[in-house]
Design a protein. Sequence first.
Length: 758
Amino acid sequence: MSFDTPWWTTGRRRIHLIGVSGSGMTPLAEILIDLGHAVSGSDLKEIPERLKKRGMVAALGHDAESIGSAEVVVASAAIPDSNAEWVEAKRRGMARVRRSEVLAKLAGAKKLVAVLGSHGKTTTATMLAQIFREAGQDPSFYLGGYAPSLGASGAWKKGEWLIAEVDESEGAPTELLSWAALLLNADHEHADRYSDGAAVIQAYDKVLGQVAGGCVVVAREEKEAMAAAEKISKKVTFGWEKSGADYVGEWKGESAEGQKFSVTKAGKELGVFQVAATGRHNAGNALGALAVAAEIGLSVEKIRQGLAAFRRAARRFEILISTPEIEVVDDYAHHPKEIVATIGAARARGRARVVAVFQPHRYTRMATFLQGFAEALALADVVVLLPVYAAGEKALEGAGLAELATRCGALGKPVEVANSMAEARTILGRIWQEGDLFLVMGAGDVTDLGRRMAKEVELFLQIRKMVAGKGEVRWYEPMKKHTTIRIGGPAQVWFEPDSEEVLGKVVRFCTEQKVPLTVVGRGSNMLVRDGGIAGVCVHFGRPGMSKIEAVDGKIHAGAGARLKQIVAVAKGAGIGGLEFMEGIPGALGGAMRMNAGAMESWTFEAVESVRVMDRQGKVVEVAASEFEVKYRRVPRLMEEIAVGAVLVGKVVDPVEIAERLKKYSRKRWDSQPAAPSAGCIFKNAESIPAGKLIEEMGMKDTSVGGARISPVHGNFIVNQGGARAVDVLALMEKVQMRAKRDRGIVLEPEVIVLGEDE
């Protein structure tokens, strides 16, 4: 099959793109759809909805079957030769091409204006495309990020121009023959391909040497860029005052509307220009775009209109949320120089603190610029480091998070290291202060964290405002603090009400807004997944919801009252029969919901009545006899919320109560592990207790990760330190499969599993 230009720009072909969510592949998909091709695509990351809406067949993950009946399979250089789809295409004899080859063929059908540089390409190319559009040129464009003002990251239009950012990460793109080129900078980047700065300069030198017919525009104050353009005799330069450039800008400041600057060319005033972008470096990008457009012959007024119509591309200082309490900004910065500029732009926002949330991209880049990253990040007030986004690379010794954290700390900055995105949310919730700007940076999937934070902080702020100090409201509270097994990702919103009244307000809001609401006690008999709990997590930990009183031989207690404390109050009042509760590590609300038991006694045997709140926030007193009570479950309390209860016992000598408590305590210590656990993990089978079954199968002491079946009691899984929910769940599955295979017994979990996977 021939790959001449007409093949790509005429007719209809079935084309499959591997890694379609990548910044270089998404615009290509949009262009191919514009050209009328039938496009399918796959990626490990979520695929943009706009591609699906345009009819692209999308597959999450890489599978040989995903290529379907494609005639051509396209992949970027980031896709290894071992990729299942790439291998399958070869096996079937399909045409296989790399992204850069396709772009080169497409560019041959237009007059290409190439935007080059180590940083700023997407923003500047978007500015240029906007200028050309405002000038009525109907340009095609290829950008590394979604441009809101253009409605796409890639498009194929009727005009003669193609505005494209040209990425040097795959090597010098010498197959791209440009009509005009703009070189913004030439810093050492892509250390996996270029050994040093000289190699980068040489690569740009090759590309600029192939520009034919139009202009070469270079940033005068970027010495590496000027070195790359040294052989170009008729280059045009741009820069700020005293730079000696052909186009000289004078910065007029930054406001809510963006950057403002005036421009002079050869002593002639071109007037004042404004562009909606944050940071002075973006005024420089706009100046470069202006110089190219003017050299090509577009009118100054159209250039002014184009810059005014510009809206920053996705992930280029993209303000995801801005409130007095918090601002979350997402940026693609993944090189020390970019980080310096981005933190500088954040500082200009005037927030109380700048918290840099950084995900390093590639180990080779980390190894090359480790000290540079530390010095750049140290410009923030606090640094939060995320695991390296490897992009297929293997870890390099001395180029990990620990080394970067040490260097940042040596520069006097508070540093937090997160081992996962869920842990990052936990850290950010803990360190957040009023007025913070969370600056999320990196070229990997850290953008998902930023967008999630921006979305989920809104609920936190709503609940906090609603509660108005009548309770405790926290953001991203780590659930491992609130489970007896010490495992669990963060709760989106953690809420401890002071009263039934404020609880009812929040419950009603969650019902009306369809916000998930979960009530947790003291965390026994509960396993929270590593991704945490969405929505509002309610805990009755404050005095208003955990009072205990002995009245006329009965115990009146709030749902948050600890069972151990209830027993102590009952003992002091000479009320017996509740001693079994002393060894249950929970609160009254959870004990009633699960009808918790110990020492052959059950919670509901001691309940006279329950105060129940429905999902509209209304409270009623319900007699215990009206509840259906099942083994380890009271169905009504799974939906409605127990906020308190009256417990009954019998008059007993406190000395006798004390003796009984000692007896129960000895039995418990002899039969239960001391390590953190969630209590009994499985329900007893009809034919045999779960603990005895596990012991008979020889599975005591079996481990998965940090989770271990206790050698003391087979029905307990303990956290040996650092265990995750996935470890516990995998160990549970192992036991269940063995019980089914060897004994024909289906073991049902007794532990309640909440939340979402990481």
